[in-house]
Ligand binder design. Structure first.
Ligand code: FAD
Ligand code: A2P
Length: 369
């Protein structure tokens, strides 16, 4: 049988993939025997520069990520139901002091009625609302909104829903020998029951709680920064809340609370009650700056408490189910960062590298002002 030139050429071409395949299999066999690094995945870069054991520990922290969230976890969170141009008018239901005799300044717990809204203003724990104070600014324009963290759970303090509570500190400072009162905080602290207040929002997804019932929650709060934490802790430990919210919290919650004096501690009795009822699930550590001293003889701040408890805090952080929340004075951020850096270094961990990893894993939550 005679072969044409085209047939010979086609027959030759058919063999090329077969020969290439055989060569590829042979190459991989040789490489697998010699352990050639080029065909292996690059190792995960270590997160610190510390050698040996510490490096291994640091790496263990680095690879722990939060369990994947349910896709719907935060998509249902309401945002901007009411905008500044058309705010909701909420009636003041309560306005009482949160401070004891001898406390410094003024901090009020204020509750607004949200009923009758169309649409209904709803929110979840960790969000904020905006308040537009009455009156005009120095230029004769309406006042701008101020944000306040919500201190109640989605069920409100009365458990019937349709209310929202805030924890507001009156801003007061001295300027040119005069005491200046903050516009909105003074408006709120002074407001009487029955008055109607312009409310916007809710806003914010930074401070939301994870949905997992076994999540661990470390909280750093100064002053009114306790507001979102009060909502979290009610959701976790208040008897009526637990009955209603169908969320059986089983993790470990640890609150670090900073206040100038014992009389300034906010919601302290509630937290003490939770501690007595749930000793395995709730730890409460106070830093009372003007009554207690840190190791250097200075004012006791929450970052000093972080240093004292570094070992346990970092053990918790190694668990991917642990989230950290910071709320309150902006000024506390560098202090907390410094303390975490020192505490991490003692464990051979580089905090400057770990913190962004925690943030990326949605485990580091900050709202300071
Ligand atoms: P303003 O009249 O607006 O005065 C504030 C201005 O006064 C400052 O901008 C500054 O220019 C000046 N000033 C302040 N202090 C001094 C000083 N020592 N010396 C000189 N000038 C000074 N507050 C709460 O009480 N509770 C909360 O839960 C809360 N949550 C918040 C959540 C978020 C997300 C944010 C962003 C803020 C939150 N705040 C909270 C702060 C709140 O929004 C207001 O900023 C605060 O109440 C002061 O508003 P004001 O209208 O009383 O003060
Ligand atoms: P101090 O004012 O004694 O210096 P409040 O809002 O009720 O005043 O509480 C805020 C708390 O935070 C106070 O105990 C205050 O202490 C404390 N504090 C002030 N500055 C810092 C800071 N840089 N880091 C941490 N805590 C701080």
């Amino acid at each position: 049988m005679a072969y044409s030139q085209t047939t010979v050429l086609a027959g030759g071409l058919v063999h090329i993939p077969i020969i290439t395949g055989v060569f590829w299999l042979f190459r991989n066999f040789i490489l697998s025997r010699t352990g050639n690094k080029k065909v292996q995945e690059a190792p995960t870069p270590p997160i610190n520069t510390a050698p040996t054991e510490a490096a291994a520990e640091a790496k263990a922290v680095a690879v722990t990520k939060a369990p994947p969230r349910k896709p719907s976890a935060h998509s249902k969170v309401p945002v901007n139901t009411y905008k500044p141009k058309e705010p909701f008018l909420g009636k003041v239901l309560e306005n009482y002091s949160l401070l004891k005799d001898g406390a410094i300044g003024r901090v009020q717990h204020i509750t607004f009625d949200l009923s009758g809204g169309n649409p209904q203003l709803e929110y979840v724990e960790g969000q904020s609302i905006g308040i537009i104070p009455e009156g005009e600014d120095a230029k004769g324009k309406p006042h701008k909104i101020r944000l306040y963290s919500i201190a109640s759970t989605r069920h409100g303090d009365n458990m019937r829903g349709k209310t929202v509570s805030l924890c507001v500190r009156q801003l007061q400072y001295e300027k040119d020998g005069q005491t200046i009162d903050g516009v909105c905080s003074t408006y709120l602290c002074d407001i009487n029951k029955g008055r109607k207040v312009k409310i916007t929002g809710p806003v914010g997804k930074e401070m939301l709680l994870p949905e997992e019932e076994d999540a661990n929650i470390i909280m750093f709060a100064t002053g009114t920064g306790i507001a979102p934490m009060r909502a979290y802790l009610r959701r976790m430990f208040d008897a009526k809340e637990r009955k209603k919210n169908n969320w059986d919290y089983k993790g470990k919650a640890w609150l670090f609370m900073g206040a100038p004096k014992t009389a300034n501690l906010l919601y302290d009795e509630d937290f003490e009650l939770y501690k007595s009822k749930f000793p395995d699930n709730f730890q409460y550590t106070k830093a009372i700056s003007r009554e207690q001293q840190n190791a250097k003889g200075g004012r006791m701040y929450i970052q000093d408490r972080v240093l004292e408890n570094a070992e346990e805090i970092f053990k918790m952080i190694e668990d991917p189910k642990t989230h950290i929340y910071l709320c309150g004075l902006k000024g506390m951020e560098p202090g907390i960062d410094e303390a975490m850096t020192a505490a991490a270094a003692a464990k051979g961990i580089n905090w400057a590298e770990l913190r962004p990893q925690l943030k990326k894993a949605d485990r580091w939550h900050v709202e300071t002002y």
